[in-house]
Design a protein. Structure first.
Length: 414
């Protein structure tokens, strides 16, 4: 196909740069704003085209040479060709634009970034047949090292040849903050164990299990736990335990700062609600500011760990979806002065969003892994009497276009 020249304008959500050729929008991966490029159109759509770079005619001053030998092949990083500091600024701009497109008026210069190292930060990892998936292909790349991974992950990769690694899809967690049973740092990652018929049932009751005692709670009867897959990690002044197969943040450097930030933002309260609480990683910090914390989480496997992480703290857990909690339990709950909400990528369930609007909570701290649904939900809260006090880019994934954000809102009582 014919080669054409383009001057890129800005970087947009997803990490591609946009420019125009003959008046038509063209998206260019692995470009930087303000570059003159020679490109080849690879996909043609009705409203836009997608192009690949053939030659960089005039590079951006922010362009750098990627250090990773797999860059552009692996499906992970897509911004490593841009200097780390400028990457963060571009992600802030993408977040700001998403908010603006949803009618949320907040100055770009007031968006703060919670950052960590740009390399050696990733602690959660997934290997397929001992390697990483190639971008948009089913091919497996037998990586020897990942620049984004924490040291324990790379130690495993370097000590085990690809053909010696576990087959299938396996979850890893490796961090200098991960602890063994004696509280010492683990040198190698915790790797998902494929265990058959050895699941230990943990049921909440007044009786104690071998290790743990749970309070009786009619809203949460417990579920299964697999000790072989447990991970314990130190986050600031807390210890958190979770299942390596379940969700947990991948960047412990930024996550620790985020937990401390949330604790600092929260007011001293009688009652705090943690909606979509997961394993209670935010609840344990909220407990420092509240006389009682209420956790709502549909994944009961995660809630087993939340009960353990919240041991000794005044709380109650509801093992159900946010929508079911709103319909069946919220009316019997106390008034919450502050609410933490960290919904899935799809955003807040509509009944949950309606509950927040009518809750009378003075403070809402909203986290999200998707700026589009976050902006949509925040927009509705603002239209119903809340105002933004602060916006943070949670820069969990340097060298990628992935954006997570935290927004603090307070009830407008004027």
């Amino acid at each position: 196909m014919e080669l054409k020249n383009i001057i890129t304008d800005k970087i947009v959500f997803g990490g591609n740069c946009i420019g125009k050729i003959n008046g038509k929008n063209v998206f260019v991966p692995y470009a930087a704003p303000g570059e003159k490029l020679e490109v080849r159109i690879t996909e043609q759509k009705n409203d836009y085209d997608i192009a690949e770079i053939v030659n960089i005619l005039e590079p951006s001053e922010n362009r750098v040479k990627p250090e990773c030998p797999y860059y552009g092949i692996c499906g992970g990083c897509n911004m490593m060709h841009i200097s780390p500091d400028r990457q963060t600024e571009y992600r802030k701009e993408m977040l700001w634009e998403m908010l603006s497109n949803n009618g949320v008026d907040f100055p770009l210069e007031k968006i703060q970034a919670v950052t960590g190292p740009d390399k050696g930060y990733r602690s959660r990892f997934q290997l397929t047949d001992g390697g990483l998936s190639e971008k948009r292909k089913n091919t497996i790349i037998p990586v020897e090292k990942c620049l984004c991974a924490e040291a324990p992950i790379n130690k495993y990769l370097q000590e085990n040849l690809p053909e010696q690694r576990i087959k299938g899809r396996i979850h890893f967690f490796g961090s200098e903050r991960a602890l063994d049973n004696e509280g010492n740092a683990l040198e190698l990652p915790v790797i998902e164990k494929q265990v058959e018929k050895t699941v230990q049932k943990i049921i909440q009751s007044k009786k104690s299990t071998k290790k743990y005692k749970f309070k009786e709670n009619k809203y949460f009867s417990g579920t299964a736990a697999s000790p072989e897959n447990e991970v314990t990690v130190r986050v600031s002044d807390k210890k958190l335990t979770f299942d390596v197969r379940g969700f947990f943040q991948s960047n412990m450097f930024v996550f620790e700062k985020t937990c401390n930030l949330i604790r600092d933002l929260l007011f001293e309260s009688e009652n705090i609600l943690d909606m979509y609480s997961g394993c209670g990683s935010l609840s344990v910090f909220a407990a420092d500011k509240a006389k009682k914390v209420t956790l709502v989480e549909h994944n009961r496997d995660a809630l087993v760990f939340a009960e353990r992480n919240m041991a000794g703290k005044n709380h109650i857990s509801y093992g159900m979806s946010g929508e079911n909690w709103v319909k069946n339990c919220s009316a019997a709950c106390p008034h919450f002065e502050s609410i933490i909400i960290d919904p899935p990528r799809s955003g807040m369930e509509r009944p949950v969003l309606n509950y927040l609007i009518n809750s009378g909570a003075y403070q809402i701290i909203s986290m999200s892994c998707d700026p589009a649904t976050h902006a949509r939900d925040i927009s509705r809260l603002i239209r119903n009497g809340y105002e933004i006090k602060s916006v943070y880019l949670l820069d969990f994934y340097p060298n990628t276009s992935h954006i997570e954000s935290l927004i603090e809102l307070r009830k407008n009582i004027d």
